[in-house]
Unconditional design. Structure first.
Length: 97
């Protein structure tokens, strides 16, 4: 069942990637394939959450959404996936000067 959900999520990811203004980040996830399937699902959920709130999709809002999700997650394994996703997004975020 989980594999089917991941395959479904992967086929839906291009819509999520097109919502990202950071092309380097979107390319990173596009080229990762199955290696980041769970992280792509977490990223997609964060993007949907931001859109539902009516906010702009940017790395700052993605980071805030991931932190909020991490704060309320009791599942240790899922928390690790969220942390890895957060590390990827932060790593692809240009510092404000």
């Amino acid at each position: 069942m989980m594999v089917k959900m991941m395959n479904t999520a992967i086929t839906q990811q291009p819509d999520i990637y097109s919502a990202l203004p950071d092309h380097v980040l979107s390319d990173y996830f596009r080229h990762a394939g199955d290696a980041l399937a769970e992280e792509a699902m977490v990223l997609g959920a964060a993007i949907r959450h931001i859109l539902i709130k009516g906010e702009h999709i940017n790395n700052k809002n993605i980071i805030l959404s991931l932190i909020q999700t991490l704060e309320v997650t009791d599942d240790i394994v899922h928390a690790d996936v969220i942390r890895k996703t957060l590390e990827i997004v932060v790593g692809h975020t240009i510092d404000d000067i």
